[in-house]
Design a protein around this ligand. Structure first.
Ligand code: SF4
Length: 244
C-alpha cells in the first residue's frame, strides 16, 4: 500500500495496481482491496506531489550536555515530504474519534520531525489515514462479485481522513529527553541484565512473541530451538544502516 501511495504522490497519472501483484506477491483478494481503495482515494482526495521514502540516520544527542551519543542512532524512513508538511500514511480498519485522538500521542512522528531538523523545515505532520474494509470474500463468491462489493463500500462514503498536527519545539524537546532516558536504561541493562516487564506480556490482545523465552527455565535453549535471527530493519537501505 505504501509503495502504491508513493507512486501516486510522486508521478502524474493513475497507478497501475496490477503491477503490484508480481512485485509484492498480492493475492486476488488483496488486489481487489488495493485497487478499490486507491481508485476511491484518487477520486475523493487531493493528491499533492512530494518526495517519498526519505531515509535518515542520526546519532542521538544528550539533551542536557548537547553531546552526540557514541552508541545510539535514530534511523528510519519518512513516508513523504510535501512542502513543509511531513506525511505519514496509515491504514486502519476504523477511523474513529479515539483513533484520531491517539495520533497525538504518537512519538514516532515527533522523532521524524527531530530527525529532519537542519535538513527540511517541517511546519506540521499530516496523518493520511486510509480505511480498509472488513469485508471478507465468501467461500463460493466469484472474484468479480467480491470486487463489486468492495467498490460499493468505498462508494458509500469517504473512507479517508487527513489529520494535521503541529509538532512544537517543546514536544520535540520532551521526546528527546524521553528517548535519552531509554538509552540510559538500555546501557544499564546491558551491564546488569534486562528486567522483565510482565505487565506488558498480553498487550495488543495477544501474547508477546518472547513469552516462551520469558517463561522458560532455560531461556537460552528456547532461543536456540524456537527462534532464528533475521536481518535487522530490512525496510532500510544498507547505507542508512551503516554507521556514519
Ligand atoms: S513476555 Fe514480552 S512483555 Fe512479557 S516480560 Fe517477556 S519480553 Fe516483556
Amino acid at each position: 500500500m505504501h509503495s502504491a501511495l508513493d507512486i501516486l504522490h510522486t508521478y502524474e497519472g493513475a497507478f497501475p495496481v496490477a503491477l503490484m501483484r508480481e512485485d509484492y506477491g498480492l493475492t486476488d483478494n488483496d488486489l481487489v482491496i488495493v485497487s478499490a481503495m486507491l481508485t476511491s482515494y484518487g477520486q475523493r482526495m487531493e493528491i499533492p506531489k512530494g518526495v517519498c521514502e526519505t531515509e535518515f540516520n542520526e546519532y542521538l544527542i544528550n539533551p542536557v550536555t548537547g553531546r552526540t551519543s557514541r552508541s545510539f542512532r535514530y534511523c528510519g524512513k519518512v513516508d513523504m515530504i510535501s512542502g513543509s508538511d511531513l506525511w505519514e500514511h496509515k491504514t486502519a480498519s476504523q477511523i474513529t474519534g479515539s483513533y484520531l485522538d491517539k495520533l497525538w500521542t504518537d512519538s514516532q512522528i515527533i522523532g521524524y520531525v527531530w530527525a529532519m531538523r537542519g535538513k527540511q523545515h517541517i511546519g506540521r505532520v499530516v496523518y493520511n489515514v486510509l480505511q480498509k474494509p472488513r469485508l471478507r470474500r465468501k467461500d463460493t463468491e466469484a472474484i468479480e462479485t467480491y470486487a463489486k462489493r468492495v467498490a460499493k463500500w468505498y462508494l458509500e462514503k469517504n473512507r479517508f481522513h487527513r489529520e494535521r498536527i503541529i509538532v512544537g519545539g517543546q514536544m520535540v524537546a520532551t521526546w528527546q529527553y524521553d528517548l535519552w532516558a531509554v538509552t540510559q536504561e538500555i546501557l544499564r541493562a546491558r551491564k546488569v541484565g534486562f528486567r522483565r516487564n510482565t505487565a506488558r506480556c498480553f498487550d495488543w490482545g495477544r501474547a508477546c512473541a518472547y513469552l516462551p523465552v520469558c517463561q522458560a527455565v532455560n531461556p537460552e535453549m528456547v532461543l536456540e530451538i524456537e527462534y532464528e535471527e533475521t536481518e535487522r530493519h530490512p525496510e532500510l537501505s544498507e547505507e542508512t544502516k551503516r554507521e556514519k
